[in-house]
Write a protein that binds this ligand. Structure first.
Ligand code: CA
Length: 642
C-alpha cells in the first residue's frame, strides 16, 4: 500500500507537471496566436508617392501618370485596414523618423532639419529621448532595425544599438547608393588617407556596429541590389527571432524608392516588358509635357530631353517600387510558413513623407505638392495596418491618423510600460481604428517647415485643413475630405471660415508655446554649422517667426533683448576692429561673425573681459550678423564692415 501510495503520488506529480507543461505550452501558443503581444513589423518606405501603391489608387487615377502594380503590398493592405488619411509629422526624412520613434513633433527637440550628411557628425537625437524601441526591448521583445537610420552616427550614443535595438543592419545616414560597387572601392582606397570619404551615401553597409566585409554583397559574382539585401537580412532576423519565446519587433526602413534612382537593368527591362504602355503613356502625359520644369525650356531639343529624363526617372522609380513590392511579398511568404506567426504579426506599412515628383519619379495624385510641402503631397502618406488575429480584412479608416500615433499604440499592444513623464504627441489608435472612431477629435495635426525665412504651415482638424505659405501669405481653408487635392480655398465662401481658422490658430498657439524657444540643434548639409542659409535666419531672429505664422503676438520672442541691455558694439559700422562693451566683466564670451548667407567667417572667444577688441581687418566690406554668447546669454547684432 505504501509503495502504491508512493506510486500514486509520483503519478500525481507527473500529472501536475504534465498539466503545467501543457498549460505553459498553451499559454505560449496563445501568446503566439491570440492577439496578445504580437510580433510587430513597421515597414517604412522612403519618399513613396501617395498613389504609387495599388491600394491607394482609385478608378479616377489617370493611366498616363503611370500605373505601378504592387500586388503584394495591396494584398496585405486589403487583408487589414487601409488608412486613407494618414500623415507624418514632417515632410522630410530625418525629422519624420525622429517623430515616429520618439512620438513627438521634431520641433520640440530641435530636430526639424535633416542631420548633416557627414558620417563624422557628432550630432544626433538627444539620448535623453526614449524611443519606443527602448520600451519594447524592456518588455523582452527581440528588436531589430534594418535599413535607413538617419538619426545619428556616434557609437555609444546615437546608433540603433544605443536606441533600443538588439540588431542593426543597414546604414546610419539619410541614404545609400543601391549597388555597393558604386562606392566601396573609392571608400576603401581613401580610407586612412588625408581625404577619406565622409559622405553618408558612400560608406559601407553596417551590421550591428561594424562595416560588413566588403566581399559580402559586391564581388565578382554578385552586384546585389540594396532592397534585396535589406530583405534578406529582415528574413534572417525574423527566422532568428522566432526561435525565442518572446515576440519580436522589426523596424524595416527601406530607402526605396528614394534617390539615387537605381534599379537592376534586368528588372527595368522586365518592368517595360510587363507594362508595355507605361513608357509612351507617361511620355505623352500632360502631367509631364505641361509641367513648368518642361514648359519653361524654350529650346525644343532641350525640352524633349527634359521630358525623356522625366520619363526614364519615372520608369526607374516604378521598377524600384516593383522590386520593393516583390521583397515585401518574400517577407509575407516567410511569415506564412507558420500561420500562427503570420496571424499574430502586426504589420504597419507607411512612407516617411510624400513622393518627390518629376526628377525623382514619384506621383502623388490626387494630392497637391510633394516631399517638403505643407500641402497633402508632402505629408499625407500611403499607410495600412495588418494583423489577422485582431483586425478584420477589407477595412478602411477615413479619420486622420499620424505616424506620431505609432509610439503609444505599439507600446500598448506590446504590453510595454510607457516611460515616466514622456511627452507624447500621438494617440493610441488601435481600438478606435478598428471600430471606425476618430482617434484624435479636437487634436489637430500640425505641419511646419521653413523653406526660406518663414515657416510654411498647415493645421488639420477633422474635415478642415488650413495652410499658409510664403512670407506674406494668408491662411487658406480647405475641406480636405471632399477636396484632398486642395484645389478650392473656401475662406471666402464658407460662412464659418473665420471662426474655424481662429479656433485652429488658437490651438496652434497653445501647442507651439511649449517649444517656441527651442532652436534647431542642427542644419542639414551645413558642414558643421557653416553653410546652411537657415542657420543665419534662426541666429538673427528671422526664424522661427511663429508669431507671424500663427498671427499671435503671444509668440513674439524678442530674443535679441536677452543681452542687449548689457552690451553695445562700438564703432558700428567699423573698419579694422570693434569693441564689445559689456556693462560689467563677464566670465566667458564667444562671438561668431556670420555672412548673410549663413557662413561663419570668424569665431573668437575670451574670458574675464568687459571690453574685448575684435579684429575684423581680414574681413571683406559688407553686412554681417554678429552672434554673441556671454555667460550663457545670447544676442545677435547686425554689423557693417566698411
Ligand atoms: Ca523620405
Amino acid at each position: 500500500m505504501k509503495l502504491k501510495n508512493n506510486c500514486n503520488k509520483d503519478h500525481t506529480k507527473k500529472y501536475i507537471l504534465l498539466t503545467l507543461v501543457l498549460s505553459l505550452f498553451s499559454i505560449f501558443v496563445e501568446a503566439q496566436t491570440n492577439g496578445a503581444r504580437p510580433n510587430i513589423i513597421v515597414i517604412l518606405a522612403d519618399d513613396l508617392g501617395y498613389a504609387d501603391v495599388g491600394f491607394n489608387r482609385t478608378a479616377a487615377f489617370p493611366e498616363d501618370l503611370g500605373i505601378i502594380n504592387t500586388p503584394n503590398i495591396d494584398a496585405l493592405a486589403k487583408g487589414g485596414i487601409i488608412c486613407k488619411n494618414a500623415h507624418v509629422a514632417h515632410p522630410f526624412c530625418g525629422p519624420s523618423r525622429a517623430a515616429l520613434l520618439t512620438g513627438m513633433y521634431p520641433h520640440r527637440i530641435g530636430a526639424q532639419y535633416n542631420l548633416p550628411n557627414d558620417i563624422n557628425t557628432p550630432l544626433g537625437i538627444p539620448t535623453t529621448e526614449i524611443f519606443f524601441s527602448n520600451l519594447l526591448q524592456d518588455a523582452n521583445y527581440t528588436t531589430g532595425a534594418i535599413g535607413k537610420w538617419h538619426l545619428g552616427f556616434t557609437e555609444g550614443s546615437y546608433q540603433p544599438l544605443d536606441r533600443g535595438f538588439d540588431f542593426f543592419f543597414g546604414f546610419l545616414g539619410g541614404g545609400k547608393n543601391y549597388f555597393e560597387y558604386d562606392y566601396e572601392d573609392n571608400f576603401y582606397k581613401r580610407l586612412g588617407g588625408s581625404n577619406p570619404v565622409t559622405n553618408e551615401y558612400q560608406d559601407p553597409l553596417q551590421r550591428n556596429r561594424n562595416y560588413i566585409d566588403r566581399t559580402e554583397f559586391s564581388n565578382a559574382v554578385n552586384d546585389d541590389y540594396l532592397t534585396d539585401v535589406l530583405t534578406d537580412e529582415a528574413i534572417g532576423f525574423i527566422n532568428n527571432a522566432t526561435t525565442k519565446s518572446d515576440p519580436f519587433f522589426l523596424y524595416l526602413a527601406y530607402n526605396a524608392p528614394h534617390t539615387p534612382l537605381e534599379a537592376p537593368e534586368a528588372e527595368i527591362a522586365k518592368f517595360k516588358l510587363d507594362n508595355p504602355n507605361f513608357e509612351n503613356l507617361v511620355r505623352n502625359s500632360a502631367y509631364i509635357t505641361q509641367s513648368t520644369q518642361v514648359t519653361k525650356i524654350t529650346n525644343a531639343a532641350a525640352r524633349a530631353a527634359k521630358i525623356e529624363e522625366f520619363v526614364q526617372d519615372r520608369i526607374t522609380y516604378a521598377t524600384m517600387v516593383t522590386n520593393m513590392d516583390t521583397n515585401i511579398g518574400r517577407i509575407v511568404a516567410e511569415l506564412k510558413k507558420n500561420p500562427s506567426l503570420y496571424n499574430n504579426t502586426l504589420i504597419v506599412f507607411l512612407s516617411d513623407n510624400g513622393g518627390y515628383t518629376y526628377s525623382k519619379g514619384a506621383v502623388n495624385y490626387p494630392l497637391d505638392g510633394l516631399k517638403g510641402s505643407v500641402q497633402e503631397g508632402g505629408h499625407r502618406v500611403p499607410m495600412f495596418v495588418h494583423w489577422p488575429s485582431k483586425i478584420a480584412a477589407n477595412g478602411t479608416f477615413e479619420h486622420q491618423i499620424s505616424s506620431l500615433d505609432l509610439y503609444p499604440t505599439l507600446v500598448n499592444v506590446a504590453g510595454a510600460t510607457m516611460a515616466v513623464n514622456k511627452t507624447i504627441d500621438g494617440k493610441d489608435f488601435m481600438d478606435k481604428m478598428i471600430s471606425g472612431e476618430d482617434v484624435r477629435p479636437e487634436n489637430p495635426l500640425y505641419i511646419m517647415r521653413p523653406p526660406n525665412g518663414f515657416h510654411n504651415g498647415a493645421i488639420i482638424l477633422d474635415k478642415w485643413k488650413i495652410t499658409k505659405t510664403g512670407g506674406n501669405g494668408s491662411w487658406r481653408l480647405y475641406d480636405i475630405i471632399n477636396d484632398p487635392g486642395e484645389t478650392t480655398d473656401l475662406r471666402k465662401t464658407e460662412p464659418n471660415a473665420e471662426t474655424i481658422i481662429a479656433q485652429m490658430l488658437a490651438k496652434a498657439v497653445a501647442w507651439v508655446k511649449d517649444f517656441q524657444n527651442v532652436k534647431p540643434a542642427w542644419f542639414d548639409n551645413d558642414d558643421g554649422g557653416e553653410g546652411h542659409p537657415h542657420d543665419a535666419l534662426w541666429a538673427d531672429g528671422t526664424l522661427p517667426a511663429y508669431d507671424k505664422l500663427f498671427e499671435s503676438s503671444e509668440l513674439s520672442l524678442g530674443i535679441d533683448d536677452l543681452l542687449k541691455a548689457d552690451f553695445s558694439v562700438y564703432p558700428n559700422p567699423s573698419s579694422d576692429y570693434f569693441y564689445l562693451n559689456f556693462n560689467q566683466a563677464i566670465n566667458r564670451f564667444e562671438i561668431e561673425i556670420v555672412t548673410t548667407t549663413g557662413s561663419v567667417i570668424k569665431k573668437e572667444k575670451g574670458t574675464n573681459e568687459n571690453k574685448p577688441r575684435i579684429n575684423v581687418s581680414q574681413i571683406p566690406a559688407g553686412t554681417y550678423i554678429l552672434r554673441i554668447m556671454a555667460d550663457d546669454k545670447i544676442a545677435v547684432e547686425k554689423i557693417i564692415k566698411i
